[in-house]
Design a protein around this ligand. Structure first.
Ligand code: ADP
Ligand code: ADP
Ligand code: ZN
Length: 215
């Protein structure tokens, strides 16, 4: 079964994903993480994707769809997976609709994490990420025990290039135009569960667990 995490940048998708994949033993697919890996390794994909990511724009559908198609074919996804940050456009959602019957998995739930815009800006500009394991921290809301050091693996924390105020504002606009329509798309299919993301990390996690335990 597939679980999809939908929500604006900074809603807490990655933070909740860390917990969901452990509790429900799901394979984890974050298109953002895969793309940042490709940029770091300077692959062909990475070179193409970087220009869009730096501007706060979405990477073209055909590139992202190809990534997800490949990843879903991996053996660890046979039982299901958690999709974080995909789909982000109607074209990507249509691709999933067509591809899933062939692969033999269904979408169990789309968790739509909703957070007020001012809060998103504060979350994104204060976000820090582990350079080794990708874990998320926040200067104010989830500070690491030792400054700039990952609690989980001891790796150095860094600020993402696209978490500057200017790019954050652009990403929020892009979300509204290109991704928000997916809420209605999945609502019509009867598989959308709205999650109140304006609560602390544990409370959001509790709300998600109540929903996932029912499917
Ligand atoms: P997304 O993957 O949706 O972009 P993240 O999970 O990376 O979001 O969260 C963005 C930032 O906000 C991170 O720094 C994270 O530590 C912090 N954060 C996540 N959830 C909450 C929450 N419920 N309350 C406060 N801060 C949060
Ligand atoms: P956040 O959750 O903070 O928005 P992500 O790590 O999910 O960030 O994505 C970072 C960037 O990677 C996006 O701004 C976009 O450029 C690119 N990206 C990630 N997922 C997709 C996708 N499904 N379609 C297009 N671009 C994507
Ligand atoms: Zn780490």
């Amino acid at each position: 079964m597939l679980i999809i995490l939908l929500g604006p940048p900074g809603a807490g998708k990655g933070t909740q994903a860390e917990r969901i994949v452990i509790k429900y033993q799901l394979a984890y697919i974050s298109t953002g993480d895969i793309l940042r890996g490709a940029v770091r390794e300077q692959t062909n994909l990475g070179r193409k994707a970087k220009q869009y990511m730096d501007q706060g724009q979405l990477v073209p559908d055909e590139l992202v769809v190809a990534i997800v198609k490949d990843r879903l074919a991996d053996p660890d996804c046979a039982e299901g997976a958690l999709l974080d940050g995909f789909p982000r456009t109607v074209v990507q959602a249509d691709f999933l609709e067509k591809a899933l019957p062939e692969i033999g998995i269904k979408i169990g739930k789309v968790l739509s994490i909703e957070v007020a815009e001012e809060e998103l800006i504060e979350r994104l500009t204060g976000r820090r990420v582990c350079s080794e394991c990708g874990a998320n921290f926040h200067l104010k809301f989830k500070p690491p025990k030792v400054r700039n050091v990952c609690d989980l693996c001891g790796g150095d924390l860094y600020q993402r290039d696209d978490d500057t105020l200017e790019t954050v504002k652009e990403r929020l606009e892009v979300y509204k135009k290109q991704t928000e329509p997916l809420i209605a798309f999945y609502e019509e299919k009867g598989i959308l569960s709205p999650i109140d993301g304006n609560q602390d990390i544990e409370a959001v996690n509790d709300q998600i667990n109540i929903i996932l335990e029912k499917i």
